[in-house]
Design a protein around this ligand. Structure first.
Ligand code: XBP
Ligand code: MG
Length: 257
């Protein structure tokens, strides 16, 4: 606790999908559809259906939910577990290929804030539901080959038993960092992500996107359109008027108070 009885910011924990980059509608979704086509399945996840399926975190879990709800009468000889695993591996291959083509850019403010955090020697980490390969490929394709090394910890995918909104991934990352939630800030995009970080007692900043704009962000420290840039101010939800139009380390430190 620093002299003003406030927590000093020790680390920022970044969510990935919807936060670092807007990956879902034009990344994961077409990758799932490419996998369905590769397997000769006449399944298709349009933008609207995918938005509903996003209520289930984890690509494998999302496939299982879709099959249970929409394809309950698959031929009895099919091993559902194998089908989900094989489809997800194919989807990840398609998604990684999309990332490597540079098709998914970082959201506003992400590169600027990460650079400032690194310059000020504040730790950065990842806490995500997606696979480790997706994380490292996104970081390399947007920041460069050495970017994964910038992050103290990358907590991703099946490394924990329960995915968001369970707090497991945030607890795991905090443990690896040797920090308490109150010494950190999480940056998220979704209600599931916020539930997860708040359950791990981490003050959380939300940057909404098209899929999450209408979700419930009660308990968030700030709800913004994005992190903003000096030349591209964010807009704040709930009429909050912070004095700056972009999120910098100073604003994050103020959230700790
Ligand atoms: C979002 C998710 C992930 C992605 C798909 O993760 O729920 O499952 O939608 O990626 P987060 P996978 O917002 O926590 O980054 O298919 O690799 O799960
Ligand atoms: Mg997310």
């Amino acid at each position: 606790m620093n002299s003003n009885n406030h927590h000093k910011l020790h680390a920022v924990l970044f969510d990935v999908d919807g936060t670092l980059a807007d990956t879902e509608r034009d990344g994961h979704r077409p990758a799932f559809n490419a996998a369905f086509k590769e397997f000769g399945l006449n399944w298709g996840w349009n933008v609207e259906l995918y938005g509903q399926l996003l209520s289930v975190t984890g690509g494998k879990e999302r496939l299982r939910y879709f099959i249970d709800k929409y394809k309950p009468n698959l031929p009895t000889g099919i091993d559902i577990n194998n089908l989900i695993s094989d489809l997800h591996q194919a989807k990840t291959r398609h998604y990684v290929s999309l990332l490597k083509q540079g098709r998914i850019p970082l959201r506003p403010g992400i590169a600027r804030l990460i650079q400032q955090l690194r310059n000020e020697k504040i730790k950065i980490a990842i806490a995500t539901t997606t696979t480790p390969e997706n994380v490292t490929t996104l970081l390399k394709s947007t920041f460069g080959e050495d970017a994964p090394d910038w992050f103290e910890i990358i907590g991703a995918g099946d490394i924990v038993p329960q995915k968001k909104p369970a707090p497991d991934i945030y607890h795991w990352v905090l443990k690896q960092l040797g920090l308490s939630g109150q010494q950190c800030i999480a940056i998220e995009d979704s209600e599931n992500g916020l539930k997860s970080s708040l359950a791990a007692n981490i003050p959380t900043l939300i940057t909404i996107n098209d899929y999450t704009a209408q979700q419930n962000f009660e308990g968030a420290s700030l709800v913004l359109s994005d992190l903003g840039e000096p030349t591209h101010y964010f807009t704040a939800q709930a009429g909050l008027k912070p004095d700056k139009g972009w999120v910098d380390v100073g604003m994050l430190q103020n959230l700790m108070n």
